[in-house]
Design a protein around this ligand. Structure first.
Ligand SMILES: NC(=O)c1ccc[n+]([C@@H]2O[C@H](COP(=O)([O-])OP(=O)(O)OC[C@H]3O[C@@H](n4cnc5c(N)ncnc54)[C@H](OP(=O)(O)O)[C@@H]3O)[C@@H](O)[C@H]2O)c1
Length: 240
């Protein structure tokens, strides 16, 4: 019999966060589904009737550290077994906007700062802020949705802002794994694969369902020994 757990998922209103929420609810667990704009959550609301006791929709803008602190105060008595830091942005790209704001020679440094704020500072601030609640949980897991694009060894996408934000996130995951080991908190960086969501302008080869099924298996397997690793949705190790 599976034990009911509490998950906190960021960016839960669409894309991978929505599919995480759906599959975790279907597995019988509770989800604190964090969304930036709680007025724009039609897809999430479709689960509300069926999962009225286990789906808790909460407001969170990870760019705004006061918003992170406020959510933390609201959930102060909740134990969190697994926190999934999923929310992220890719920034402007030629195939979306025909701009080259994160390409060498024409870099827009405000764009770079914005992408770091969301993809790096937000998730790390979440990890600092929610440590108490995670330590109260049985699983004590923090997951960070990164990308192979952040790998120095395995990928050479030329999008400076997005790629380096994930590289820096990976290094932060490795540091947190070391720091949090003695508190038995496990930390994992994952690449979901190239998944059909609004983030990538088409050409993706994976359905969210398959990506999330795979990532949930990897999260289940995560233990202190594997803490600090960087894996694909299917469990393959990714080189830093
Ligand atoms: N799809 C892929 O192929 C792929 C590949 C590698 C890695 N990833 C990573 O997977 C994660 C999810 O991506 P996705 O494909 O599901 O993208 P998506 O469909 O664009 O969804 C992104 C989610 O992040 C939320 N978000 C963005 N900025 C936020 C903020 N400041 N505060 C709170 N929420 C915020 C969005 O909320 P709003 O609706 O309010 O904008 C949305 O819910 C990201 O970290 C991404 O880098 C995706």
């Amino acid at each position: 019999m599976s034990v009911e757990k509490n998950y906190l998922v960021t960016g839960a209103n669409r894309g991978l966060g929505l599919e995480f929420t759906k599959q975790i609810l279907q597995a019988g667990h509770n989800v604190y589904a964090a969304c930036r704009n709680t007025n724009d959550i039609d897809d999430l609301n479709r689960f509300s009737a069926k999962f009225k006791d286990s789906l808790i929709i909460v407001k969170l803008d990870i760019n705004d550290h006061d918003s992170i602190l406020e959510l933390n105060r609201n959930l102060r008595d909740v134990s969190i077994d697994v926190m999934i830091n999923n929310a992220g942005i890719i920034g402007p790209l030629p195939y979306f906007e025909n701009t080259f704001k994160q390409h060498y020679g024409t870099i827009d440094y405000d764009v770079w700062a914005d992408v770091f704020k969301t993809n790096l500072f937000g998730p790390v601030k979440m990890a600092e802020t929610f440590l108490d609640q995670i330590e109260k949980g049985q699983d004590k897991k923090m997951v960070f949705i990164s990308s192979v694009v952040g790998s120095i060894a395995d990928d050479h996408q030329k999008a400076f802002a997005y790629a380096t934000s994930k590289t820096a996130l990976n290094k932060s995951v490795a540091l947190m794994a070391d720091i949090l080991k003695e508190r038995e908190v496990k930390v994992l960086a994952m690449c979901p694969g190239y998944v059909k969501t609004r983030m990538n302008g088409g050409g993706a080869n994976l359905e969210p369902k398959e990506s999330i099924e795979g990532m949930l298996k990897q999260i289940e397997k995560l233990d202190l020994e594997s803490s600090g690793s960087f894996v694909r949705y299917n469990g393959e190790k990714i080189n830093w």
